[in-house]
Design a protein around this ligand. Structure first.
Ligand SMILES: [Zn+2]
Ligand SMILES: [Zn+2]
Length: 130
């Protein structure tokens, strides 16, 4: 009985470690022969079979490989693109905690602050605090 338990435990640890490595390695995925790239968490991405899965650390790599952003999960075009909501007046870094609360379909991306400010957005006080 003890032996069985330790085998189960070891199995769980392998799964756990695999998950962590995967999250650190690839933030974005695409399907071989497909057109779109996704966040790894996208429901569409989860349907891609293992033999067709292509992984990318940054969105730039996916774009360079010829993929465009998925409309469902709305991934950024570049790793340092700024995020705004269609209704909001502020622009944010992708790492900002406010971004986590945004609805996927409302997110828009700007390549830099100059571009965002041209459209009337102002820097977020949380992520652009000096
Ligand atoms: Zn997607
Ligand atoms: Zn912010």
């Amino acid at each position: 009985m003890k032996k069985i338990l330790s085998i189960v435990l070891a199995g769980a640890l392998v799964v756990l470690a695999g998950g962590i490595v995967f999250a650190a390695d690839a933030g974005y995925v695409a399907s071989k022969g497909g057109e779109k790239y996704h966040y790894v968490t996208c429901p569409v991405a989860k349907k891609i079979t293992a033999d067709k899965l292509v992984k990318f650390v940054t969105p730039e790599e996916a774009v360079k490989a010829g993929y465009s952003a998925c409309k469902t999960c709305n991934p950024p075009p570049t790793a340092d693109a700024l995020v705004v909501t269609k209704s909001g007046g502020k622009y944010h870094k992708q790492s900002c905690k406010m971004v986590g609360n945004m609805a996927t379909e409302n997110k828009l991306y700007y390549k830099d602050a100059v571009a965002a400010e041209k459209d009337g957005y102002k820097p977020c006080a949380v992520c652009f605090k000096k």
